[in-house]
Write a protein that binds this ligand. Structure first.
Ligand code: ADP
Ligand code: MG
Length: 365
């Protein structure tokens, strides 16, 4: 299979505005699924189109197995792109849609027929040869678009938000299908999505983009456990942020001083982040402070508490048994396990991570 390397890859649509894609350096591992993740407009589709050869980079390079492919025509790159809105030929049968790429390459009719059948089996739609696209559901059309891409046996598969037009139930099904096919064929795949959960479930590695720039390129867990910045942590969501200053493996905040050996910054202005499920209620010990239960909900498999520590509200997720022991208004010991604290640099927007976080809000007034 093929390793894809983006090197200083840049796209400017016009000279005056900021680049849509800004000096991307990413090494996409051969045979793995890499997610290109980021909010709408961050440059995901533009990046994919450059890899596919549908857009020319303004600067930088794209290498397949170490060789530049920027000067090579799209059809000779061995990369195929599946678009968000399928783009099937409406007046052609399913079989003709899937076989189109082979027909262009002059493959014989009988071989096309066999390979179309194999592809329909692969996407779990055997017997659909004679249907027309408009007789198919969105999920089925997406499967046909995938079959049409895979039939030419590409080295690199580029999927641009393939699940975003499907409803939740179909999305799960299609996600599993894509994951299964990708593993079975071992094809180098770049999967674009704006949904961090989708990226985490599917990808071997995630490249997170904001405004055309690479923020972090890492395995999925790392975005939860060791995000590089507050903005990255916020994008992944659900974390408590408490601003402070750090020095020598400790952070001083408005609610106390905590031991915190794991940090993205060494000293100075910083933000303590801890996930709700990593906060311990009751017990006490080192790194604990006094808090008061503000509210709680019981969600069956777990319970979610909102706890005030001084003026700072944090979210805590515990096993449901805690609901029997703790009531709203109770005073409680709150412990931050030093190994589960992650210290970040201050937010780029200067709001120290607190202002628009769901989980750690300052109460009004
Ligand atoms: N053909 C184009 N001409 C001018 N600007 C474009 C063009 N295509 C995309 N852009 C701009 O480039 C940025 C990135 O777009 P895109 O790659 O489509 O983002 P994403 O796929 O992440 O939503 C956006 O600001 C978009 O408006
Ligand atoms: Mg897009």
């Amino acid at each position: 299979m093929t390793q894809v390397k983006l090197s200083g890859l840049t796209k400017r649509f016009d000279e005056k505005s900021e680049p849509a894609v800004d000096r991307l350096d990413i090494e996409i591992e051969s045979g793995k699924l890499t997610a290109l993740l980021g909010p709408s407009g961050c440059g995901k589709t533009t990046t994919m189109k450059m890899i596919a050869g549908l857009l020319r980079p303004t600067d930088g390079d794209i290498l397949f197995d170490g060789s530049s492919i920027v000067g090579i025509a799209p059809e000779d790159r061995g990369a195929v792109m599946v678009f968000q809105n399928y783009l099937l030929f409406p007046y052609m049968s399913v079989a003709d849609n899937i076989g189109f790429g082979l027909k262009m390459r002059g493959v014989s009719r009988s071989e096309i027929r066999t390979r179309v059948r194999d592809m329909l089996d692969l996407v779990q739609m055997p017997g659909f040869e004679e249907r027309r696209p408009k007789q198919l559901s969105g999920g089925q059309q997406q499967r046909i678009a995938l079959a049409r891409a895979l039939i030419v046996q590409p080295n690199v598969l580029l999927l641009d938000e393939p699940l975003s037009n499907l409803d939740a139930h179909l999305r799960d099904e299609m996600r599993e299908l894509i994951s299964g096919i990708q593993t079975e064929l071992g094809i180098t795949t770049v999967f674009v999505t704006h949904d961090q959960e989708e990226a985490v479930v599917l990808a071997d590695k995630i490249a997170l983009l904001f405004e055309g720039r690479l923020q972090q390129f890492d395995v999925p867990d790392a975005f939860y456990e060791t995000p590089g910045t507050v903005d990255i942590a916020k994008f992944f969501g659900g974390t408590n942020f408490i601003p402070g200053r750090c020095e020598d493996g400790r952070i001083t905040t408005a609610i106390g001083r905590f031991r915190a050996p794991h940090t993205a910054v060494d000293r100075g202005e910083a933000v303590l982040s801890i996930r709700p499920e990593a906060v311990e209620l009751g017990g006490g010990g080192g790194n604990s402070v006094r808090g008061r239960i503000r509210s709680h909900v019981y969600v069956g498999r777990y319970a979610r508490f909102r706890v005030m520590i001084g003026e700072v509200e944090i979210e805590v997720i515990t096993d449901p048994g805690q609901v029997k022991k703790l009531s709203d208004g109770d005073e409680v010991s709150v412990r931050f396990d030093p190994d589960k604290i992650w210290i970040l640099g201050p937010a780029a927007d200067g709001k120290d991570g607190r202002a628009d976080s769901d989980s750690a809000r300052q109460p009004a007034g």
